[in-house]
Design a protein around this ligand. Structure first.
Ligand SMILES: Cc1cc2nc3c(=O)[nH]c(=O)nc-3n(C[C@H](O)[C@H](O)[C@H](O)COP(=O)(O)OP(=O)(O)OC[C@H]3O[C@@H](n4cnc5c(N)ncnc54)[C@H](O)[C@@H]3O)c2cc1C
Length: 386
């Protein structure tokens, strides 16, 4: 789809598609999914195309902060394999966007050039066993001890922790301060003494395995406080800023890629599968279902591109990014399940991509703020539409 993309972005899209065809063949993708494996060698070759720096300003070694292009890359990679798409997000968005928006100048100078080279992956350590949507209630503690910070607690569903360079960890840094003024963000290397990582057996999103992480008297330098010393106890304003809006779009872009991939397979399958003497795509019910899916994908892409365009122009877009997250992930889930119907029994067994797309799409309306939480956000703005 051409849309409003520049020739430069379209060229990057073509390059990516060639890379995916050559380096991410279907049998390899199936093996990564089955083994919950991160193909770091393929990721490093992808980094050599320069795509990791798409969120990093040129003065720090990137190609310039370009949110719509980052979303295009996520969509293209998600169409092929989450084992590469999620690590791309961990580099360009979790690390890149976070450091640009929240990092101190020292952290930017040190880490952003590594992001641009694909050598700096962050995992998000926000959710806890007793804390899901209500993130301000996290119980993992951080205490100052001279030039160090000591962390104790547990994080759940920390995706990609084992393959990351830092876990970007939301902690309660002052037990006495009022809610929203008692949180900080700390960069914790997964290799630090006192960090334990245990896999969680999730049904999809394989490759950047989701995990339980525990911290027992983990010590890191105070230099690892995101935003520097002055950001101590200021973590809430960091996580509710632009980074959170972009995170909603990352999930929407993954969902769109999964749905586009499922649709492409359903179109191809329905042209080949013959029943009652003709291809099933000659039956009106199948054609209309595919027509509805195509329309849904078109609408979802427009909504995502509009919200990403607002982020690029730095127009406040908390409501628009919530609407995009809600609409695109719910639409994409319906498209993938409808594709499964087109494939019939073959959409329910391994060997067709549909089975993997179905497992992966089910997470999208949950992660990065559930659909209910997005509806809460959107309803706060009732009456301000005009
Ligand atoms: C595969 C996978 C990967 C993940 N990766 C990460 C990661 O890398 N880092 C990370 O920090 N987290 C991660 N998560 C966690 C994810 O972000 C949380 O699951 C999500 O925030 C929701 O939290 P919860 O599941 O505990 O649900 P809860 O918050 O317990 O909510 C349960 C239900 O109640 C509803 N609900 C809750 N509060 C409200 C409310 N105020 N109004 C209306 N409805 C409400 C929710 O919509 C949901 O339907 C991952 C989860 C999965 C499944």
């Amino acid at each position: 789809m051409k849309g409003q993309r520049t020739e430069e972005v379209l060229e990057l899209q073509r390059t990516l598609r060639r890379f995916i065809d050559e380096q991410m063949p279907r049998d390899a993708v199936e093996a990564w999914d089955k083994q919950n494996y991160f193909p770091r060698d393929v990721f490093e070759r992808l980094a050599r195309l320069g795509v990791m720096g798409v969120t990093v300003p040129q003065e720090y070694g990137g190609s310039g902060r370009d949110i719509p292009t980052a979303m295009m890359v996520i969509e293209e990679l998600s169409k092929a394999s989450m084992a590469i798409a999620i690590p791309f997000i961990m580099a360009s968005c979790y690390a890149g966007v976070t450091l640009v928006e929240c990092g101190s100048e020292d952290q930017k100078e040190l880490l952003l050039p590594l992001v641009a080279d694909g050598k700096m992956l962050f995992a998000y350590g926000w959710t806890e066993p007793d804390v899901g949507a209500d993130l301000a209630s996290v119980m993992t503690t951080a205490e100052r001890d001279g030039d160090e910070v000591v962390i104790n607690g547990a994080k759940r569903f920390c995706s990609g922790a084992a393959i990351s360079d830092y876990i970007y960890t939301l902690v309660r840094s002052d037990p006495r301060a009022p809610r929203h003024h008692n949180l900080s963000l700390i960069l914790i290397p997964p290799s630090a003494e006192g960090v334990t990582i245990d896999g969680i057996d999730a049904m999809g999103l394989k490759g950047a395995a989701t995990t339980d992480v525990t911290f027992q008297d983990v010590r890191v330098p105070a230099a690892n406080i995101v935003g520097g010393e002055e950001a101590w106890n200021n973590g809430w304003s960091l996580i509710t800023g632009i980074g959170l809006d972009i995170e909603k779009l990352e999930v929407a872009a993954m969902a769109l890629g999964l749905a586009q991939g499922a649709y492409d397979e359903a179109v191809a399958y329905s042209g080949q599968r013959r029943q009652f003497g003709r291809p099933i795509d000659q039956y009106q019910s199948v054609r209309h279902s595919l027509a509805d899916m195509r329309t849904s994908l078109y609408a979802a892409r427009l909504v995502l591109e509009d919200a990403a365009g607002r982020m690029q122009l730095q127009i406040p877009a908390g409501t628009e990014t919530s609407m995009a997250k809600l609409f695109v992930t719910e639409t994409a889930r319906k498209v993938v399940l409808d594709c499964q119907t087109v494939l019939g029994a073959y959409g329910y067994v391994k060997g067709f991509e549909c089975e993997r797309f179905t497992r992966d799409i089910l997470a999208m309306p949950i992660i990065g703020g559930s659909s209910a939480i997005q509806r809460n956000n959107i309803s706060k703005g009732f009456g301000t539409e005009r």
